[in-house]
Structure formats: structure tokens, C-alpha cells
Design a protein around this ligand. Structure first.
Ligand code: HEM
Length: 185
């Protein structure tokens, strides 16, 4: 599928782990229930600035999330557009349907653009954590900037992705260079 969006150059030959740890993933990957300060700390723990955290979050311009990750938001939160909440509720009942999917970007779910940020301005963020980036706090200004300037978002996103690709890579004989990036050799 062609999603459009920014591109960037990566260094070849990054070594990946041959094993995975559910508990390590769960303790390092930010939860959608986090508030802004929790999100900032979670990214700061990996060496990212708050600005880089906001830029990387723009990845939610594509992809989908399961009902269980946003149910509380669409039924119980106040900083959500009411017609948006009602439309999402149709496919995410208050009980059951935990794995039903909704797009993270309601406007253009298959285009890599800056609509994720204009959605936040309209209180159309799907995840609690998404809307935290525009909820009267320190990151509001950057969300506004990205919502009106797609080129700035693209540049910042690409730079932050390059930085992420260089976080703690395995070296020497640890891990392996994958022949298919989706699976171990
Ligand atoms: C800011 C903190 C973040 C939180 C709390 C978060 C949370 C989530 C959650 C809960 C989902 C849905 C998963 C599911 O239902 O199984 C999701 C999907 C996704 N996230 Fe994030 N995420 C964050 C940051 C990021 C970053 C930094 C990236 C990449 C640069 C990213 C890329 C994606 C993509 C592409 C999907 C869709 C996956 C698909 O459709 O299969 N997210 N995220």
C-alpha cells in the first residue's frame, strides 16, 4: 500500500535481537492510558526530547487500534468531540468487541499526512494518550505548528526516526542482521 509521507536514509546492517521479551516490551512501551507527563518521561527514558515525542506520535496518522485501548476514552472522557465519540462507539461497544478496530486518524487513515495533529485540535484524538498532546499543556503549541505545517512535521519526524534507529543497537556478535526485517533469520 502507498501511504505517502516522508522518507529518510538509514545505515544498513543494524543488528536485531533474535529473541523477544513480553515483560521488557510492556515495561518500556508507553501505555495509551498515560498522561502527558508520563509520556514525556517514557520517551525521555530513551533519550528523546518532548519535541521528538510529539513528532514521533504523528505516526498515528496511519494504522488502527483495538477497542480495548480506547474504550474508556470514548465512553467516559470529556475532552472528546461528541459526534466523533458516538461514531466510534458504533464499532466499540461498552462491553465486548475488544478486538474491533478503529483508525487512529479518522480523517485520512491510509495517508501519511499531518491530519493526526488537526484531529487533536478538534478533540478527535482516538487514544487518551493522543489527546494528551493537545489538552492545555506544554505540547499544545507544537501540535498547532504541525497541524498547519506539514513540511515541518515531515522533517522533524524523519530526524526523530533516524535517531530511534540508532538507539542502543546490538554490536559485535550479538543478535543478527536480518535478511527479512519482519522475522529472525
Ligand atoms: C506516544 C506514545 C505512544 C502510545 C501510548 C502508543 C499507543 C498505541 C496503541 C495503544 C496502539 C494500538 C495497538 C493495538 O490496538 O494493539 C498503537 C498503534 C500504532 N502505533 Fe503507537 N503509540 C505511541 C507512539 C508511537 C510511535 C512513536 C510510533 C512510531 C513512530 C507508533 C506507531 C504506531 C502505529 C503505526 C500503529 C498502528 C499499528 C497497526 O495498525 O497495526 N506509535 N499505538
Amino acid at each position: 500500500m502507498q501511504l505517502g509521507g516522508p522518507s529518510w536514509n538509514l545505515v544498513f546492517g543494524r543488528r536485531d535481537s533474535t529473541t523477544a521479551s513480553l515483560s521488557a516490551a510492556n515495561s518500556n512501551i508507553p501505555a495509551p492510558t498515560l498522561n502527558l507527563s508520563g509520556l514525556i518521561s517514557s520517551f525521555s527514558n530513551q533519550g528523546f526530547t518532548t519535541n521528538e515525542m510529539v513528532a514521533l506520535s504523528g505516526s498515528h496518522t496511519i494504522g488502527q487500534a483495538r477497542c480495548t485501548t480506547f474504550r474508556n476514552r470514548i465512553y467516559n472522557e470529556n475532552n472528546i468531540n461528541s459526534s466523533f465519540a458516538t461514531s466510534i462507539q458504533a464499532n466499540c461497544p461498552s462491553s465486548g468487541g475488544d478486538n474491533n478496530l478503529s483508525p487512529l486518524d479518522v480523517v485520512s487513515p491510509t495517508s501519511f499526512d499531518n491530519a493526526y495533529f488537526s484531529n487533536l485540535l478538534n478533540q478527535n484524538g482516538l487514544l487518551h494518550s493522543d489527546q494528551e498532546l493537545f489538552n492545555g499543556g506544554s505540547t499544545d503549541a507544537q501540535v498547532r505548528t504541525y497541524s498547519s505545517n506539514a513540511a515541518t512535521f515531515s522533517t522533524d519526524f524523519a530526524n526523530a526516526m533516524i535517531k530511534m534507529s540508532n538507539l542502543n543497537p546490538l554490536t559485535g556478535s550479538s543478535g543478527e542482521v536480518r535478511t527479512n526485517c519482519r522475522r529472525t533469520n
